[in-house]
Design a protein around this ligand. Sequence first.
Ligand code: SAH
Length: 373
Amino acid sequence: MSDVPTSLPLVFAAPRRSKPPRHLADLDAAGRRTVVEDLGEPGFRARQLAHHYFVGLVDDPAAMTDLPAGSREQLAAALLPTLVTPVRTQVADRGTTRKTLWRMHDGALVESVLMRYPGRVTLCVSSQAGCGMACPFCATGQGGLERNMSAAEIVEQVVAGARALARGEVPGGTGRVSNVVFMGMGEPLANYRAVMGAVRRLTDPTPDGLGMSARGVTVSTVGLVPRMRQLADEGVPVTLALSLHAPDDELRDELVPVNTRWKVGETVGAAWQYADRTHRRVSIEYAMMRGINDQAWRADLLGDLLRSYGDWGWVHVNLIPLNPTPGSRWTASDPADEAEFVRRLQAKGVPTTVRDTRGREIDGACGQLAADG
Ligand code: SAH
């Protein structure tokens, strides 16, 4: 450090962040094979490990009895390090909503939420510790960004949920994760590479991945336009959700600060382009805030804006009743205003639903994840 000027301003000091250890879920099948061969093991062991992890949901080397006892520890150390450790699990809805707080190798904390419904299980995952997007109504946005998560750290949240379901730990009998939504902590498209790596591991056929349908995976974004365009070119038809929250730039500049960089028109245009390229219906997220963005005229403006791109069913609006966050000056809309907002959008031919909010009492609902220990 002797060559660093002592007057270096504090802002240049490295934040607490460090790269997580490599894990097999960071790599594709070829990458895993290379690691295994570099250890002097036959390449097919990579597939055996992947099978244990993605199919058996096992990461304890002692249980991998098809691997020679002498190689297990070395292989597991190279490709199955412990990445996340549960700190606490809170439940609601008679155990069918479970929020887990995870500690990562460097002490950074994130949360994931499992929600079981009749016939499906949705896992809401974090993609960053903290978030740099600074939306003022979101609890995660208040603490800033701590660090990006690795692909494997993201996948681990899903595998842990799958394990709990397979073991019958979630009321309703044994089950599987059917949907993954990137709606936990972080802005997924600001951690693009790792998020795409995770999406590929979720959707790669077993045993190379979890074998989920891309249709069951939703990536939610504040609207990072170049990344939305890139996502449309990936050939993985995940569902895209755009957190719009206002149909006009004046208000959206305040609610979603990244709007000062990419305006409503450009952002909605990129969402339309995504639907056009992938033939996947885009979801517009709109958190209903009393007296802020819930006026009838804004519903009309939103409806006209979305309809201006065509009426072939490219979009649907998902209204989210605002969930309270500490210190927030905003509250949820009056139910009558919400109903009128829905009515006006539907009258313009825009399919609109109101999200059933789960886990509010355990601070596990949209925008409430803060991982504050
Ligand atoms: N950064 C991504 C994904 C995380 S948030 C994004 O913004 O899309 C998932 C959704 O919850 C987003 O639509 C977000 O705007 C919304 N949200 C944030 N805070 C909320 C709150 N207090 N009440 C309701 N929804 C909220």
